[in-house]
Write a protein that binds this ligand. Structure first.
Ligand code: PEP
Ligand code: MG
Length: 753
């Protein structure tokens, strides 16, 4: 029976390691002591530590039992030998007869040929492999599960010590792959515009600050079991819809969560690790590290998704154990590095310190992206391998314009980046000077520039941007970000806050546009094959009007005796508009019956988002007070190109003559009938597209707040009639794209597009 088979054997080894590491000796001496102590405790003739270099070669860093002269001399190529095999799989390798293994490689300088038994375990930290710890014995033997467990625990402790930086010199830290030091540029996807330069803060919310080694394994096991119980209860509560900060997972995600929280194998691994001498926190970290390393090498998106769930659970567990939440105390100029983040969590961060966000995953249409844009926080997503390449404290440049991220920029590059940030700031200051100037074209056409909004955090932008009102208030955001269905009262409060902030500037409330990709986390949904063309917006609202009715009441109440501007999304037939309007009228009558103040005036409009309604406009405009073109949807249906699918979303140019003819038709009918038409899709906020829309006859644009300045500057330099004439000509010349003609025209006329 070896020492480790006895109760407390593991703890004893861990305690020895702690005292070796705490000694005043030089780093190398401490490492030599460490491998010696492991060898002695595990009855091994050899114990060696290999650390990984950034080129993935493995250097022998300390050994007991192999030739001391091989230390810092033996280097295994990437993937070479049994050590390479441990690196490749990120799992322990336990062999009775190492030399017969196909991966075995022989280095005469180490004098290792007589050794048969081999046990190697990865030294992992946060899923990153720092090195390999191996023991060997001359005789052929199979190391017990206890031995494997003990070596893994030591590796875990070692990883934390190595990562803490006090074991290696600065130059050594640079040379091993612990801290990538090269500058690197990663290409991702633009999620939120803007530039930021700052220090990386890892999202991994609960980091280890506690002792790694248990004073008393039984206490640690109990602490862990209590935390697991609390975790299970909180996940159950979440599943049953009681409030939580998850940030909108769907029921399916919650189901997977629940399954993991109750997964016996996961729990057994945790308890085993805690019982073997690690503190409860270190046990969670170790099991997390193993899963992460394993799943990171998995190709299947399903498995990688599960990794996210498991990590999240591990973080929650650490919180239940009382770990510190570093995000509560961000450094100045923080750039948050995360796999993904929920919208509610983003809103809780200190915006004055948070300068940017970079995500390994993330999508431009996610709720977090919506919040980030409202906060004007630069965000880049889809950065493959990001978490593997960044260390806390690294300098990061976030380029939300290009969708790129530069890690650890060289000093010269950093200077360029600072210059770009300053230039952008100056440009914004120039826009701010235009704030109170009316937008009027050179030939005297007044253009109304309003802003799109959807959250309370958008409201200060009304004054800052100089918007003339809110042309589109997306009411569903409140529902999407909430943890439960917002009460009527909560809706009233939000609408009142919006109206108060707007003062006498008009606000157009768009009724709930749910369904499609906007699913409520707390409502069960049937999965649709083609959600963009599915049961969404007014289709849903008219089939099940309960939610819409409550919303209409809230809007009527918030408006009191004032003017209610309201529009209905995705109207496809005139009948749908009529039915929506009838619901609104019924609610007004009902409120009046109950003695509430009702709006003195109601403007009810329709969003033009389907080609079908474009060809019924004359009829619609007899009933709708105004129309607003939702070009995001209208163009997706016009081109049959999913706006969420990056492969096709930008495939077709909106300045295509077909699309322009349809838009021109809308503008003409609006003029003919005297019913106002505005345009509120993203294109209205892009200068080139906005110039063309104005030339087509639109004189009201509703755009993201940050676009008001640039669009106004363009309007002030635009001759509408002149461009309209040219545009008619360009549209008849299919051989030259309209955009190309437009750009040449803009250069010639000095039009800032
Ligand atoms: C649109 O479709 O253009 C629009 C403004 O609505 P949303 O982007 O919210 O679908
Ligand atoms: Mg839309």
């Amino acid at each position: 029976m070896n020492a480790l088979s006895q109760p407390g054997g593991h703890s004893q080894l861990l305690r020895q390691i702690r005292s070796i590491m705490a000694s005043e000796d030089l780093a190398q001496k401490r490492l030599d002591g460490l491998v010696e102590s492991i060898a002695r405790n595990l009855h091994a003739q050899v114990c060696s530590l290999y650390l990984r270099h950034s080129d993935n070669s493995m250097e022998l860093w300390a050994t007991h039992g192999l030739a001391a002269s091989a230390v810092h001399v033996t280097r295994l190529e990437a993937g070479e030998g049994l050590v390479g095999e441990v690196v490749r799989t990120s799992r322990p390798l336990n062999l009775d007869d190492a030399p017969v293994h196909p991966a075995f490689s022989f280095h005469p300088e180490t004098g290792e040929d007589p050794f048969h038994a081999f046990l190697g375990v990865p030294v992992l930290r946060g899923g990153r492999l720092l090195g390999v710890l191996a023991i060997q014995n001359r005789e052929s033997r199979h190391y017990s599960d206890d031995d494997v467990e003990a070596l893994q625990n030591v590796a875990m402790v070692l990883a934390e010590i190595v990562a803490s930086g006090d074991l290696l010199s600065a130059s050594e830290l640079e040379s091993v792959a612990l801290r990538p030091s090269r500058t690197e540029t990663l290409a991702g996807r633009r999620i939120s515009d803007g530039l930021a330069l700052g220090q990386a803060v890892l999202h991994d919310p609960a980091r280890l600050r506690t002792a790694l080694i248990a004073e008393d394994p039984e206490t640690e096991k109990r602490r862990l079991q209590d935390a697991i119980k609390a975790l299970r209860a909180s996940v159950d509560a979440l599943y049953q819809g009681k409030g939580n900060r998850l940030g909108g997972p769907s029921r399916e995600v919650l189901e997977a969560y629940r399954m993991f929280a109750n997964d016996q194998a996961w729990l057994d691994r945790l308890c085993e690790a805690a019982g073997s001498g690690l503190s409860a926190e270190a046990a969670v970290e170790r099991v997390r590290g193993e899963h992460r390393a394993r799943l990171l090498t998995a190709r299947s998106p399903y498995l990688r998704e599960r990794l996210h769930d498991l990590e999240d659970l591990a973080n929650r567990l650490l919180r239940h154990l009382g770990a510190v939440d570093e995000l509560a105390d961000l450094p100045e100029n923080a750039v948050l590095v995360a796999r993904n983040i929920g919208p509610a969590e983003l809103l809780e961060l200190d915006r004055s310190r948070l300068k940017g966000l970079v995500l390994e995953e993330g999508s431009p249409t996610s709720h977090a992206a919506i919040v980030a844009r409202a906060l004007r926080l630069p965000v880049v997503g889809h950065l493959t391998g990001l978490l593997d390449r960044v260390s806390a404290g690294d300098t990061i440049f976030v380029d939300g314009q290009m969708g790129e991220v530069t890690l650890r920029p060289e000093p010269d590059a950093e200077m360029d980046m600072r210059a770009r940030i300053t230039e952008r700031r100056l440009r914004r200051a120039a826009y701010a000077r235009l704030r109170d100037k009316p937008a009027r074209t050179l030939d005297g056409q007044r253009i109304t520039l309003s802003m799109n909004a959807g959250l309370r955090v958008d409201l200060p932008q009304l004054d800052e941007s100089g918007a003339e009102g809110i042309g589109l208030f997306r009411t569903e955001f409140q529902f999407l970000l909430a943890e439960h269905l917002p009460h009527q009262n909560e809706q009233v409060q939000l609408y009142r806050a919006v109206l108060d902030a707007a003062g006498d500037r008009p606000v157009v409330f768009r009724t709930l546009d749910l369904g499609g990709d906007k699913l409520l986390p707390y409502v069960a949904h049937e999965r649709e094959g083609n959600p963009a063309m599915g049961w969404r917006a007014m289709r849903m609202a008219l089939d099940r009007p309960g939610l819409l009715r409550y919303q209409l009441r809230a809007l009527i109440e918030a408006t009191g005796g004032g003017v209610l501007n309201i529009m209905f999304p995705l109207i496809t037939t005139v009948d749908e508009f009529r039915a929506a309007r009838a619901l609104l009228d019924a609610e007004i009558r009902r409120m009046a019956r109950f003695g509430h103040a009702v709006p003195a005036h109601v403007n009810a409009g329709a969003m033009i988002e389907t080609p079908a309604i474009v060809w019924q406009l004359e009829e619609l405009l007899r009933e709708a007070a105004f129309i607003s073109v939702g070009a995001n949807d209208l163009m997706q249906y016009f081109f049959a190109a999913d706006r969420e699918n990056p492969k096709v979303a930008e495939r077709y140019d909106i300045l295509n003559p077909g699309a322009l003819r349809m838009l021109g038709h809308i503008a003409r009918l609006s003029r003919k009938t005297g019913r106002p038409a505005s345009i509120c899709g993203e294109i209205a906020g892009q200068c080139a597209e906005a110039a063309v829309l104005i030339a087509l006859g639109f004189d009201a644009l509703s755009v993201p707040p940050a676009a008001i300045g640039p669009v106004k500057r363009m309007v002030l330099a635009l001759n509408r009639k002149d461009l309209a004439r040219k545009l008619t000509r360009w549209m008849r010349q299919p051989q030259i794209p309209v955009r190309e003609n437009l750009m040449a025209y803009a250069r010639q006329k000095g039009l800032p597009l």
